[in-house]
Write a protein that binds this ligand. Structure first.
Ligand code: AMP
Ligand code: MG
Length: 411
């Protein structure tokens, strides 16, 4: 199959997403909603601040009484009441009167301005105003933060600490959020041993189950790691049937064209309809996607790097859609970066290179030479916080700009 007849990664992403629906909602306690996706629109249930209040410790006054005050000729007022935070003043401030007020306390009736304590002198109940500031100074108005009924946070927003604070303000002890999808992870291959098993000659350690489960967890899903299945039709079928308990199945190995690649045969036998097979990208060409009894099933390549790159391009968006993220926020964020080394793509597929990105002089810089770029070099994922995308025949020198996907924090 040539690259012309293979799907582009963008086409494959859209096909996958078209087969994924968002899951239902669950209610979680406010703090457990951190990092979750809000399942309802949240409106302000009251005006906040609920009342005009002072933004300073000082005196609540009528501006007309103090408009001409100077340090030499202070305006003299009579203090009639003390209003600490949390109390409501009972007296109306009249001509040449003031109430002492603390930050956050509701302003009393009759006043229009608060003068900071630093701009006053007090002698018992005799207050001298030394500086008039301006009309309306130091008063926070009712509803300035939020107005009753106002839409504050939309469905599909990922909840961070700021959102948790706003939800607390509107008195949400429990929050409806989208369910996190469960992703069952299955690795196949006679060559694999589990992490803790002895490494006999000819065997390799199964790292994909752990790395793919970590990916699922990192991107908002709940991973379920199944035991490794050998290259055996019967065993793979049993494993796939178990795996269907998840919202998604992610299987690695066994979908390329080797003689012992059984997973596709098993899926055919189970009546799964192939939705896509093979994508024009490197690594990650042998991507397989189908639905088995309604459950989306990803067959990722077995090579450790390929499986992770494919996960980020195809499984991550599916997890995000199922988790309720908004449709414009499913794919990896992209940016431009300056290359630090030379790279070129002489092949016939778009290439995804593991990169270390950093900020310097207002620019994002990408290094892809810190480790060999090959789909079996799992250590090329160490410290990789980006992927450099090289189109066919693209040839870049140090300093050239390239497209990057951001896959981790950049410093
Ligand atoms: P496959 O896609 O099954 O042909 O596997 C491609 C390559 O990836 C082979 O070198 C496998 O040994 C390796 N591989 C497959 N599955 C895993 C796994 N779970 N962990 C580590 N390497 C794997
Ligand atoms: Mg295999």
């Amino acid at each position: 199959m040539t690259s012309e007849t293979m799907l582009t990664p963008e086409q494959a992403q859209q096909i996958v997403l078209a087969h994924v629906r968002s899951l239902g909602l669950e209610r979680v306690a406010l703090l457990d909603a951190l990092g979750r996706i809000l399942g309802v629109d949240v409106h302000a249930s009251y005006d906040n601040p609920p009342h005009d209040n002072s933004s300073m410790d000082g005196y609540a006054v009528r501006y007309e009484d103090i408009a001409n005050a100077t340090p030499e000729q202070p305006a003299v007022l009579e203090m009639i009441e003390d209003i600490p935070a949390g109390k409501v003043g009972e007296k109306t401030v009249g001509k040449a009167q003031a109430s002492r007020i603390m930050t956050g306390a509701p302003v009393p009736a009759g006043i229009d301005t608060v003068i900071r304590v630093e701009d006053t002198r007090a002698d018992g109940s005799r207050i001298e105003i030394l500086d008039p500031d301006e009309l309306g100074a130091n008063i926070r108005r009712r509803g300035e933060d939020m107005k009753e009924g106002e839409l504050l946070i939309r469905t599909g927003v990922e909840l961070g600490p700021g959102e948790v604070g706003v939800l607390a303000s509107v008195q949400r002890t429990f929050v409806p959020v989208f369910r996190r999808p469960t992703v069952t992870i299955l690795s196949t291959g006679d060559e694999l041993v589990e992490i803790e098993e002895p490494l006999e000659p000819g065997k390799i350690v199964n790292s994909n189950t752990a790395s793919l489960a970590a990916m699922a967890l990192a991107h908002g899903a709940v991973p379920v790691m199944l035991p490794t299945a050998p290259d055996d039709l019967h065993e793979i079928r049993r494993a796939v049937e178990t795996a269907l308990a998840g919202d998604f199945v992610v299987c690695s190995g066994g979908v390329s064209v080797g003689e012992y690649d059984f997973v596709k045969n098993v899926l055919d036998e189970m009546g799964a309809e192939t939705i896509l097979w093979r994508v024009a990208m490197k690594p990650g060409k042998p991507l397989f996607f189908c639905k088995v009894h309604g459950t989306p099933f990803f067959g990722l390549p077995g090579n450790p790097v390929s499986s992770l790159v494919s996960f980020l391009q195809f499984v991550r968006p599916a997890i995000r859609k199922a988790s309720g993220h908004r449709s414009d926020n499913l794919l990896l964020p992209t940016a431009r970066a300056r290359m630090e080394n030379s790279v070129s793509n002489q092949g016939d597929r778009r290439t995804y290179l593991r990169a270390r990105l950093r900020f310097e002089d207002g620019w994002l810089h990408a290094d892809t030479a810190y480790r060999e770029q090959n789909s079996h070099i799992l250590t090329s994922m160490l410290g990789a916080n980006g992927i450099v995308i090289l189109e066919i025949e693209q040839d870049v020198k140090p300093g050239d700009e390239v497209a990057v996907q951001i896959i981790g924090d950049v410093f």
